[in-house]
Design a protein around this ligand. Structure first.
Ligand SMILES: CCCCCCC/C=C/C(=O)SCCNC(=O)CCNC(=O)[C@H](O)C(C)(C)COP(=O)(O)OP(=O)(O)OC[C@H]1O[C@@H](n2cnc3c(N)ncnc32)[C@H](O)[C@@H]1OP(=O)(O)O
Ligand SMILES: NC(=O)C1=CN([C@@H]2O[C@H](COP(=O)(O)OP(=O)(O)OC[C@H]3O[C@@H](n4cnc5c(N)ncnc54)[C@H](OP(=O)(O)O)[C@@H]3O)[C@@H](O)[C@H]2O)C=CC1
Length: 301
């Protein structure tokens, strides 16, 4: 089987289906949680303009939280802000921020404290990667993925925690990572970065417990979102076969887990990793850029 060395999605390709939950879904989908569960909470969600971050923002607002979102693309943030306002009558805070830039992160945390009066929960969801055999990674590509997923997440965690320490207030960090326990061929850069975040989180769960700051991770498996555009259609046809349920998850599955950890139900959960993958960890691999013949020969999944 010949596999292209690089898959670069064409942003102007209108032939590909639009994936992920619609704004109508996010506004009306049933939730197991009570209406005022997050009332009074101030929640910052990075990458909240799309996918799981957007779903988490919708749900948090529906449950009474004050929400701020960031991402690089201002237009995406404004569209989400308008959709949430239309659905709920609540205005969320948006600030265009590249999490790779520690000074921009400092400004973001300051704005959230000024405008929302503080911060209770930080959801580090911004991130991503491209599918490629590791041997072909360019230096710039490797650095882009590490800088976004590991360094960017760290700048956010450290800045939030510094404010919590100064103010003497409790904090809660939820890091969205990936399901990396067995590695993930063609996503070695993200596996390295996400493993870093998982063990950073486990360490800080102890180091920051005296500050009354909890730190946990959520590891999604294959969750159908707008982000699927990063992968070739051929790969997307196989993704769901990597778990024994043979399904894709959706952004609501992750949004509800985030809500659980943000709510009082998560009070005693610290330093943990919650995997939401339909059992993929015990089952298969996704090969997002295409499986090499070597592995196909034995009829592997
Ligand atoms: C878990 C992984 C695989 C299993 C799939 C399971 C299901 C899906 C999981 C998901 O995570 S879906 C969510 C996906 N969403 C995203 O990934 C969105 C965010 N991603 C990005 O913005 C980029 O991918 C990025 C590289 C993380 C961000 O970097 P930056 O904005 O700096 O990107 P660029 O300037 O475009 O690129 C920098 C550099 O990186 C290399 N590169 C970028 N894209 C590709 C590609 N498609 N293939 C190969 N290499 C790529 C390249 O060296 C770029 O430099 P230039 O060549 O452009 O100079
Ligand atoms: N969908 C899946 O199956 C899986 C997803 N994940 C991870 O879950 C998270 C959410 O993904 P998902 O919702 O699917 O995909 P999306 O692509 O929709 O979400 C990624 C978000 O991150 C933001 N982002 C990316 N880079 C930066 C940056 N440097 N600074 C600030 N914001 C940034 C993007 O906004 P903008 O472009 O405006 O910057 C975007 O809103 C990501 O970390 C993803 O890698 C992990 C495992 C599986």
């Amino acid at each position: 089987m010949s596999r292209p060395k690089v898959f670069r999605p064409d942003p102007n390709d209108t032939t590909r289906p639009k994936r992920g939950l619609t704004e109508d879904d996010l506004a009306s989908r049933e939730t197991v949680f009570r209406d005022d569960l997050l009332s009074g909470q101030r929640i910052l969600i990075t990458g909240g303009g799309s996918g799981m971050g957007k779903a988490a923002a919708f749900l948090a607002v529906r449950l009474g939280a004050s929400v701020a979102i960031c991402g690089r693309d201002e237009e995406k943030l404004k569209t989400t802000q308008a959709a949430i306002y239309e659905a709920t009558g609540t205005e969320i805070l948006t600030q265009s921020t590249n999490i790779r830039d520690p000074e921009a992160v400092e400004e973001l945390i300051a704005t959230v404290h000024d405008r929302l009066g503080g911060l209770d929960t930080l959801v580090n969801n911004a991130g991503g990667q491209f599918p490629q055999d590791a041997i072909d990674f360019t230096r710039k590509g490797w650095l882009a993925v590490i800088d976004t997923n590991l360094n960017g997440t760290w700048w956010m965690m450290q800045e939030a925690a510094k404010r919590w320490r100064t103010d003497g207030t409790p904090g809660n960090i939820i890091n969205i990572v990936a399901n990396v326990e067995r590695g993930m061929p063609q996503a070695a850069h993200t596996c390295a970065a996400r493993a870093g975040v998982i063990y950073l989180s486990k360490t800080l769960a102890t180091e920051w417990a005296p500050l009354n700051v909890r730190v946990n991770c959520i590891g999604p498996g294959v969750i159908e979102t707008e982000g699927f555009v990063m992968y070739p259609e051929e790969a997307l046809k196989r993704f769901h076969q990597a778990n024994p349920m043979k399904q894709r998850g959706n952004a609501w599955d992750v949004a509800e887990a985030i809500t659980y950890l943000a709510s009082p139900a998560g009070r005693f959960i610290n330093g943990d990793l919650i995997i939401i993958d339909g059992g993929q960890a015990q089952w298969g691999v996704v090969w997002p850029a295409g499986m090499p013949d070597y592995f196909n020969e034995g009829g592997a999944a």
